[in-house]
Structures are given as structure tokens and as C-alpha cells.
Design a protein around this ligand. Structure first.
Ligand code: FPP
Length: 254
């Protein structure tokens, strides 16, 4: 029996919630509600982020077991710098701790690590952790986990446009040759398929500047569940809902 055969042990707890044979290739997630989850329990916000990091691990593992090739998560936006310095520091520290403590297991699972966003603005120590764990996981053939860090969809598009404008100015590129493919190739996600499914937790119905270019034809799924409570079953329910959608990409239903 192959690892992701529908009857394998990896599917027994979610049997009947989705069809293991037609899963999305790429799932993107806006992990919202850590603060509310903590507040509802009389805890500090950072406790919510810690619980959120555990959830991320659970969902990443499920992706590996179920055969979903790409998982992209919104971990820190270009707007999150506006939060109190103590929360920003706690998030960076959490990321570093997470990378150090999980690296061995991620390597065993064959996870690859990528980032999108302008990580040059992250603290030195965070950048060093990212670089060393990325290098260590470079040969993974399993799930690609992409962390969106200091990421904003508008910022990403602006950086891509600047790069194309530079090529036009230097005479390498003609304006008429600017195409969707060329622009997509300058985005941080170059080479990665667009998300099939975009999940947002904690009930909000906004994109919040996440992957503005890439989610043009993604199916959107929103749940009231706060991110720390989003478990394998909730993920399975989202996948089941995704499978009920008819994806037309602007065409008529076939
Ligand atoms: C949104 O919840 C969450 C974030 C801004 C950060 C997401 C970070 C994690 C899940 C921590 C783990 C990440 C890594 C990479 C280890 P919120 O704080 O906006 O919640 P609220 O809207 O209820 O206040």
C-alpha cells in the first residue's frame, strides 16, 4: 500500500471527509485568530502565536501524509510591523525557535523550506536561522513549505515591476513583450504553481494583501475557527468543500 493510498492509516481519522484522489496541489493559508484564541482563554497574545505554530506543524504534516505538494502560510505581513515591538520580537523569536527545534524532523519528512516577502528587513538572527534551515532542507522531495515573511502582495508586485522596468531601461526587454508569464516569473513565487485553495481562519473575509496576483483563480474557504483550533479534521473539511467547487477559470462549466 502506498503512503497516500486512501486506505492508509494517514486517512483513517478523516475518512469520508474528502477524496484522497483529487487533492489540491497548493494550499495557501491566512492563519488568523491567534490573538482572539488567546484572549478567549485569558492568555497573553503570544500564547496564541505559540499554539498557532503547533497548528502549522500539524497542517504541514497532514500535507505530507495526504500528498499536498505546496503549503504557503502568511506568517508575518508588511503591515505586522505596526504591532507592539514586544509582539513583533516574540514572533521573530518563535520563528527562530520553531526552525531550530523542527529542523531534524522536517528533514526526515523531506520538507523543503522557502520564503516569500522581503526578508532582508528581518532581524539578522532570524535571517541566519532561515538561511541555515533552508540550506539543510534543500534536497527535500516532499512538501514545499513557504513562509510569507515581511510579505505584502502589493510590495511583491512593485518589486517585480521595478525589475521589469530595469530590464526595459537597459534595453533587454521591449515594453510590448511584457506578459503575465514574465511578470509572474519576477514574483517571489516564481516557479511555484498558483494556490488551488486559499483558506482563511477566524471568520474574516479579506485577502489582507496576501498573494494578490497568485490567488486570481484560487477557491476561497473561510471558517470561523481560530487558527490554533484548526486541526486535521478542520483541514479535511476545507478540502472536502474545495472538492465540491467547479473550477471554471472564466470558461463555462464542462
Ligand atoms: C494572525 O493572528 C497571526 C499572525 C499575524 C501571525 C501568524 C503566526 C503564527 C501562526 C505563528 C507561527 C509562525 C511561525 C512561522 C513559527 P492575529 O494575531 O492577527 O489574531 P487576532 O486577529 O485574533 O488578533
Amino acid at each position: 500500500m502506498s503512503e497516500n493510498s486512501p486506505s492508509s492509516e494517514y486517512f483513517s481519522d478523516v475518512a469520508g471527509l474528502f477524496n484522497p484522489e483529487s487533492l489540491p496541489e497548493h494550499v495557501a493559508i491566512i492563519m488568523d485568530g491567534n490573538g482572539r484564541w488567546a484572549q478567549n482563554r485569558g492568555k497573553q497574545r503570544v500564547e496564541g502565536h505559540k499554539a498557532g505554530a503547533d497548528t502549522m506543524r500539524t497542517i504541514l504534516k497532514a500535507c505530507g501524509q495526504w500528498g499536498i505538494k505546496y503549503l504557503t502560510v502568511y506568517a508575518f505581513s508588511t503591515e505586522n510591523w505596526k504591532r507592539p515591538q514586544a509582539e513583533v520580537d516574540a514572533l521573530m523569536l518563535l520563528l527562530e525557535t520553531y526552525l531550530q527545534s523542527e529542523a531534524d524532523e522536517l528533514e526526515r519528512e523531506g520538507v523543503r523550506l522557502a520564503t516569500i516577502g522581503d526578508i532582508s528587513k528581518l532581524p539578522r538572527r532570524t535571517r541566519d536561522s532561515l538561511a541555515s534551515v533552508k540550506a539543510r532542507l534543500n534536497n527535500g522531495t516532499g512538501v514545499t513549505l513557504t513562509l510569507a515573511l515581511n510579505y505584502g502582495g502589493r510590495d511583491e508586485i512593485i518589486r517585480a515591476v521595478r525589475s521589469l522596468a530595469g530590464a526595459v531601461l537597459s534595453g533587454e526587454l521591449a515594453v510590448v513583450d511584457i506578459s503575465e508569464e514574465l511578470l509572474a516569473g519576477k514574483l517571489d513565487t516564481a516557479g511555484v504553481p498558483d494556490p488551488d485553495l486559499l483558506i482563511r481562519t477566524a471568520g474574516e473575509m479579506r485577502l489582507s494583501n496576501f498573494m494578490l496576483w497568485q490567488v486570481s483563480y484560487s477557491e476561497f474557504y473561510s471558517t470561523a475557527v481560530c487558527w490554533p483550533d484548526f486541526d486535521r479534521r478542520e483541514f479535511a473539511l476545507a478540502l472536502g468543500e474545495y472538492q465540491k467547487r467547479t473550477r471554471k477559470f472564466g470558461d463555462l462549466a464542462k
